[in-house]
Ligand binder design. Structure first.
Ligand code: SAM
Ligand SMILES: CC(C)=CCC/C(C)=C/CC/C(C)=C/C(=O)O
Length: 284
C-alpha cells in the first residue's frame, strides 16, 4: 500500500475514525502553551496529519513519518510548510539518535496494526517521547478483511502472492482480550496513566465500487494487474460465503457493512519526579 494518490481518495473510513477519536480525546491531552513538538507515525498521504492541526495549540512543530518513501514524498508535496514536514521512518526499526526524547505528543492513526513486532514499535514510541510526553493512537484489533486474506491465501490460485499472509493480519486479530494484551505491554515498557479501549465499530461502504477502491488502496499483496479483477471477484465471493456481505447484486449496487474492532490507546511517559515519588512511596 504505497499508492498515495489512491489512498488520499479512498481513506474515508480512516479519516472518519481519526476525526471521531480526536473530537473525543484531543482536548483531554496535556498541551503545552508553547513549542509543542508532535509526531504522527504512519502518516501515509499526510491528510490525517493535516487534520490534526485543528485539534492542537497553534504553537507547534509537526512531523509526519512513514516507512514508505512514496507516501512521504506525496505528503511533503501536499502538506509541507514552516510548521509541518514529513520524513521516512520505520517505527519497528532503529531510531535516529536525534529523534529520541524529542516529542511531547506522538499520534498514530490506522498504522500500528501493520506492525508485527508490537513491543519494539511501542518501545520506540516511548523512546521518542520527552519526559511527561504522551501518545494517542488508533489501530485495528480485528476485522473480517483479515479472515478474507486467510481464505484467499488457502486458494491455490492466489497462494503464491499471499504466502506471507499473517504479516498483514493485525497482531490482535486472534486475541480474546486485545485490551489486556496492550495494557500488559505498555506496563512492561514503563508507560503510565494508560487507557486502552477496544471498540466495536461499523462503517458502511455505499456500494461495491467504493469498497473495491478502499480495499485496493490498502491491499498489501502484489497481485498482477491483469489478475486483479478476478482476485476482487473471489474476494467478494468470500465476503458472501463468510456472510460478511449478505445482499449482493451483480451491478455492484450493494452497500456493505464493515464491522471491526478498533483499539483506542492513550499512554504517558513518566516524568523523573513521577519516578522519584514512586520510589519514595515504596520506602514509606
Ligand atoms: C492505512 S495507512 C494510515 C495513514 C494515515 N495515518 C491515515 O490515518 O490515513 C498506514 C500507513 O502506515 C505505514 N506503515 C506501515 N508500516 C510502518 C512502519 N513500520 N513504520 C512506519 N509507517 C508504517 C504505511 O506505509 C501506511 O502509509
Ligand atoms: C466488508 C469488508 C471486509 C470490508 C473491507 C474494508 C476495508 C477496505 C478494510 C481495510 C482495513 C485496513 C487494513 C485498513 C488500513 O490499514 O487502513
Amino acid at each position: 500500500m504505497n499508492n498515495a494518490v489512491l489512498y488520499e481518495k479512498c481513506n474515508s473510513l480512516q479519516k472518519r475514525d481519526a476525526l471521531l477519536c480526536l473530537e473525543e480525546n484531543a482536548s483531554k491531552m496535556k498541551w503545552k502553551k508553547n513549542n509543542n513538538n508532535i509526531l504522527d507515525i504512519g502518516c501515509g498521504d499526510g491528510s490525517v496529519t493535516n487534520m490534526l492541526k485543528k485539534y492542537i495549540p497553534t504553537d507547534f512543530k509537526l512531523l509526519g513519518c512513514d516507512i514508505s518513501e512514496k507516501m512521504v514524498n506525496f505528503a511533503n508535496n501536499h502538506h509541507c510548510n514552516e510548521q509541518t514536514s514529513f520524513t521516512v521512518l520505520d517505527i519497528e526499526g532503529d531510531l535516529p539518535e536525534g529523534m529520541k526524547g524529542k516529542f511531547d505528543h506522538v499520534f498514530s492513526f490506522y498504522a500500528l496494526h501493520w506492525i508485527i513486532n508490537q513491543k519494539r514499535a511501542f518501545t520506540n514510541i516511548y523512546n521518542l517521547l520527552n519526559e511527561d510526553g504522551e501518545c494517542f493512537m488508533i489501530f485495528l484489533a480485528g476485522a473480517p478483511v483479515f479472515d478474507v486474506y486467510r481464505v484467499l491465501a488457502r486458494n491455490n490460485k492466489w497462494s503464491k502472492w499471499l504466502q506471507n499472509v499473517d504479516r498483514y493480519v493485525s497482531p490482535y486479530h486472534d486475541s480474546k482480550d486485545p485490551e489486556k494484551e496492550v495494557e500488559k505491554m505498555l506496563e512492561e515498557i514503563g508507560f503510565v496513566d494508560y487507557d486502552v479501549q477496544c471498540k466495536n465499530s461499523v462503517y458502511v461502504f455505499e456500494d461495491l465500487h467504493v469498497l473495491r477502491s478502499a480495499f485496493t488502496a490498502v491491499n498489501p499483496f502484489k497481485i498482477p494487474e491483469d489478475k486483479f479483477d478476478d482476485f476482487m471477484s473471489d474476494y467478494l465471493d468470500i465476503l458472501k460465503e463468510l456472510q460478511i456481505m449478505t445482499k449482493f447484486n451483480n451491478n455492484y449496487e450493494t452497500s456493505v457493512q464493515f464491522r471491526y474492532r478498533l483499539l483506542v490507546v492513550y499512554a504517558r511517559k513518566p516524568a523523573s519526579q513521577d519516578k522519584l515519588l514512586e520510589e519514595l512511596n515504596k520506602q514509606v
